[in-house]
Ligand binder design. Structure first.
Ligand code: FES
Length: 124
């Protein structure tokens, strides 16, 4: 089934030597987004968080860069920022910038849709 969801980030070329690409899921539906539009995915020995806002999806670190809360327990605000469940710091899912101004940066990862599924890129 074709999904209307698309990847939001500026995507580096899939053959870029800068990234190692890893399979995440066969489709958006397989990710199993719940009502808060965030899910965790285990990719090799890493756990990442994937958020959905309107027609875009983003990948970022699963734990908050402030004090390690699980981002998947938070929510996405009306502007499309991931909100940490513990102290409510807000992060751009696209850039990782701490948009509520506390000075932290969340790691983000490029996602790519391919014919054989959704892949995430980790820097080499
Ligand atoms: S642990 Fe996330 S804002 Fe403090």
């Amino acid at each position: 089934m074709q999904s209307a969801i698309h990847i939001a980030q500026d995507i580096p070329h899939m053959n870029s030597k800068e990234y190692n690409w890893h399979f995440v899921a066969g489709s958006i539906e397989e990710l199993g987004f719940g009502k808060y539009d965030m899910v965790q995915a285990v990719v090799g020995d890493r756990t990442i968080c994937i958020g959905r806002f309107k027609e875009e999806v983003f990948a970022f670190q699963s734990t908050c860069p402030h004090a390690g809360a699980k981002m998947v327990m938070g929510y996405i605000d009306a502007q499309g920022n991931a909100v940490c469940p513990l102290h409510r710091f807000k992060f751009s899912m696209k850039t990782g910038k701490n948009v509520s101004g506390e000075g932290y940066t969340m790691r983000t990862y490029p996602l790519e849709f391919r014919t054989d599924g959704i892949f995430v890129g980790f820097r080499n």
